[in-house]
Design a protein around this ligand. Structure first.
Ligand code: ATP
Length: 296
């Protein structure tokens, strides 16, 4: 049996740079795993027939059948490695769902890491990531974790210096917008991204800052293109960002296509008082910190 952490991800930089013929979008994103996490327990016993059983605690609304990304990850792993057996998965959910924090992708990635370890590593990490990409765009990043510059539709990952330590407050309130709707709005605004986007130096500026440990300087280069369309219809986003800003966040932003937001803080006291203020306004809020890569 293995217990894996499935850490939430935030996007410190997220730009859309193209649209493929199949409708998928090319992105450039600096992604970061944070200490807010689900706990994923996985057990595997070889058997003649395959069965997958998933239980959850912490969020009753989550599907526990083949609609669950963690369930599908187990199925994909067994198919790819030609194994048969009984898989038991227990998800202890803490990451808010459908919030732009990649909770489902993190759980799926944790199942892939756990099953690979329980089966004595039949797949390399690259093979695990290729398998993960067939489950969702954020899964390859969630397999490795840490800090990464992500490109393509999520499958291309470049090493990135570790995010300098700081305090992060992640918060979420209200309904999320659908990610396809948000991409549709951007398609309209940017004429379907037919013109290739000009090279953008911001991720490299973030890299340079982090290499010298200059977190605060790097914050001026953070960006999320979805902030141009989501806050207009999801009013909680700007309301929660304002609470973070008035609690002295160095930077407050939306993550992914929202509605979760995060604030970067230099000191724990400010982060904790921001968290209290957010909870006082009916938001789910967590103080956390950046995490490094998983040991693989
Ligand atoms: P992303 O940032 O990758 O777009 P998200 O954080 O916005 O993801 P999730 O928390 O992964 O969204 O949930 C999106 C939907 O996926 C939920 O509404 C839920 O029904 C479904 N889902 C499937 N598997 C899971 C899982 N293991 N945890 C949470 N949601 C899951």
């Amino acid at each position: 049996m293995r217990v894996e952490r499935a850490n939430a991800k935030i996007n410190l930089y997220l730009n859309v740079v193209g649209r493929r013929e199949n409708g998928y979008h090319d992105i450039v994103s600096v992604m970061q795993t944070v200490s807010l996490c689900d706990l994923v327990t996985v057990d595997f016993a070889p058997a003649e027939h395959t069965s997958i059983c998933l239980q959850s605690s912490g969020n009753v609304e989550m599907p526990t059948d083949c609609r669950n990304l963690a369930w599908r990850a187990a199925e994909k792993f067994l198919q790819a490695t030609g194994r048969r057996g009984e898989v038991r998965i227990i998800l202890e959910k803490h990451i808010p769902m459908a919030a732009g924090l990649a909770g489902g992708s993190a759980d799926a990635a944790a199942v892939l890491r756990a099953l690979n370890a329980l089966c004595c590593n039949p797949l390399t990490v690259d093979e695990l990531c290729t398998l993960g990409a067939s489950l969702g765009a954020d899964v390859p990043f969630c397999i490795r974790g840490g800090s990464a510059l992500v490109g393509g539709i999520g499958e291309r990952m470049e090493d990135f210096p570790a995010m300098p330590q700081c305090f992060l407050v992640v918060a979420c309130r209200g309904e999320g917008v659908s990610t396809p709707w948000a991409y549709g709005e951007l398609d309209q605004k940017y004429s379907g991204f037919v013109e290739p986007a000009a090279a953008d130096s911001e991720p490299e500026q973030i890299r340079t800052c982090w290499e010298r440990g200059a977190l605060l300087d790097s914050c001026t280069h953070f960006f999320n293109l979805f902030e141009e369309v989501v806050p207009a219809v999801q009013k909680d986003v700007d309301a929660l960002k304002a609470i973070l800003q008035s609690a002295s966040a160095v930077r407050a932003m939306m993550s992914g296509s929202g509605p979760s937001v995060f604030g970067v803080f230099a000191c724990r006291e400010d982060a904790e008082s921001a968290c209290l203020a957010l909870r006082g306004s009916d938001a789910a809020a967590f103080v956390c910190h950046p995490c490094g890569k998983y040991p693989l």
